[in-house]
Each structure stands twice: as C-alpha cells, then as structure tokens.
Design a protein around this ligand. Structure first.
Ligand code: DAK
Length: 254
C-alpha cells in the first residue's frame, strides 16, 4: 500500500494525503521520501499551483516513526535520504497548505511549521512531545516554533510535551484558521483555489520574500525586496490591464 495518495481535488490544486492510518500517519522514511518525490513532481508541473498536505480524521501525522527508531537507532537522524526529504519540503517554492484533523505531533507539527498556511479542524491537536522519548524536535521545531508563537509558549510546549487544541493553535498563530471538525481539507482547497487563480510568478515571489524574514536581517531583506521592484512580468501587465478593463485577469505565469 502506498504511504501517500496524490490527487487533484480542484483544478491547479494537488492534494497529498498521508496514508498510514494504522500508525497515525507516522513519518516512516518511506512516507517522507514519497512525499518528497510527489513534491518534486508538483514543483515541475506547471498545472499545479498549490499543494495541500493532509492526513485523516484521527491524525495529520503523529511524527517520526518511533518503531523505525528502535530498528535503526540514533544514526537514522543523520540519514541523507531523511535530511534531503526535509530539505525538499523546506525549499518547496509553491504555496503549501496543511489541512489538519486530529494529531499533528513531533515531525508532523514541524511539517505544519513549514507550510505557508495551516487550516485546523476543531479536533486538531498540535504538539512537540519528543521530550517524552528523551529527544527534542530536531527537524526545525526548536527554531521555528518560537518564531511562530514566541519563546515562552514554545518552551512550555517543547519542555512539557503538552498538546494544544485547534482553537488555541489558531489563537497562538500556529494555525491560520479553524473549521468545524472534518472541514479542514475543504477549506484548504478553497484557499488553494483562490491562490491558484493568482499569478503563479507573483505568488512564488511572495513566498520567497516572506520567507526572507526568517533567514536574513531586516536591512538585507528590505534591500532585496526593493531590488524586486525592477522585476516586470507579463502577468503584472495583464493584472493592470484587466483592472482597467474591468475583467478577470488571465495569468500565464510569465
Ligand atoms: N511512530 C510509530 N507508531 C506510532 C506513532 C509514531 N510516532 N504514533 C502512533 N503510532 C502507532 C501506535 O504505536 C499504535 O500502533 P499499534 O499499537 O496499533 O501497533 C497506532 O499508531 C495507534 O496509536 P494509539 O493506539 O496510541 O492511538 P491513540 O489515538 O490512542 O493515540 C497518539 C495517538 C498519536 C496521541 C499516540 O499514538 C502517540 O502519542 N504517539 C506518539 C507521538 C510522538 O511521540 N510523536 C513524536 C515522535 S518523535 C531529531 C531528533 C528527534 C526527532 C527528530 C529529529 N534529530 C536529532 C535530527 C523526533 C521527531 C519525532 O517526531
């Protein structure tokens, strides 16, 4: 049985669904690699404008596969296949939306931190419980969580392994929006469709620029943003023309 299912739920939106329900969608190396392969394909497919990551009603993803850890021990953390798969997620240039129902724990929560927008069902539970197995969230969680929700809340979550529910995740800025239980995927696809109608080149630039916040100083990122003023595209001309002509723009991605 494949560890993920890839489908198009709306034109221009690709949905990657984690498919290890017996293990609460834990991130086996195979699941991680299949996800990376699907993302590579989506990156190279112009018809895909937005990717939605999702799980099932019980779990988005319960984190690294603890049963695999007991097979391979500590060296698994440094496995190049594992690190490369995480890099693929981190460097994915198109919008990534997480639709979370149930548990998003450990690596599953770290994955949502790499998504650009996170839609959580009312029953969602977010947490970084690695401390309970004598570890720490080593796929970016110790760095990205405090940037997302602030130091004190991040310390509390990471040091105690406590989970927070969807509404609190939304209140703290870990999730973008909350839906009734079972509604996260539909809402994520709706947002994906809205973004999919925009100029893909503008959306890509926006993602790149916003993410500079986390990697560069303000001076450097502001000057890079200013340099982008020199950037001109057909889509920009088309957007202006469509506004003036009171019609919907037709973006080509050039
Ligand atoms: N791995 C493997 N199997 C898992 C799993 C996981 N993370 N989570 C759940 N399962 C399996 C359970 O073992 C159970 O299998 P069977 O017993 O049926 O064979 C099945 O899924 C159903 O689980 P439960 O019976 O427990 O179901 P519940 O609904 O009652 O509870 C739960 C669901 C997700 C709350 C619970 O299963 C749970 O607490 N799971 C563990 C969650 C967790 O601890 N996640 C963090 C994993 S560590 C690094 C260092 C560390 C890390 C990364 C990098 N570096 C140094 C680079 C660590 C990363 C992690 O993510």
């Amino acid at each position: 049985m494949p560890n993920i299912q890839v489908s198009a739920l709306a034109p221009s939106t690709q949905v990657i669904r984690f498919n290890r329900p017996h293990a609460r969608n834990a991130l086996s190396l195979a699941l991680l690699q299949e996800t990376a392969t699907a993302l590579h394909a989506a990156q190279n497919d112009d018809s895909v404008r937005v990717v939605v990551l999702t799980g099932d009603d019980k779990a988005f993803c319960a984190g690294a596969d603890i049963k695999e850890m007991s097979n391979t021990g500590i060296p698994m953390w440094g496995q190049s296949e594992r690190l490369l798969a995480w890099k693929t997620l981190e460097n994915f240039p198109k919008p990534l939306i997480a639709a979370v129902e149930g548990y998003a724990l450990g690596g599953g929560c770290e994955m949502t931190l790499l998504c650009d927008i996170v839609i959580a069902g009312q029953n969602a539970r977010f947490g970084l419980p690695e401390v309970k197995i004598g570890a720490f969230p080593g796929d970016g969680g110790t760095q990205r969580l405090p940037r997302a929700i602030g130091k004190s809340r991040a310390m509390w979550m990471i040091m105690t392994g406590s989970l927070i529910d969807g509404p609190k995740a939304c209140d703290w800025g870990l999730a973008t929006e909350i839906t009734p239980a079972g509604g996260a995927l539909a809402r994520a696809c709706e947002i994906a469709q809205t973004i999919g109608d925009m100029s893909p080149i503008a959306v890509r630039m926006i993602k790149e620029e916003v993410l500079m916040t986390y990697t560069k100083s303000l001076d450097e990122s502001l000057s890079l943003e200013r340099k982008l003023l020199l950037w001109q595209t057909h889509d920009h001309n088309e957007g202006i023309a469509a506004f003036l002509e009171k019609r919907r723009p037709v973006f080509s991605g050039r």
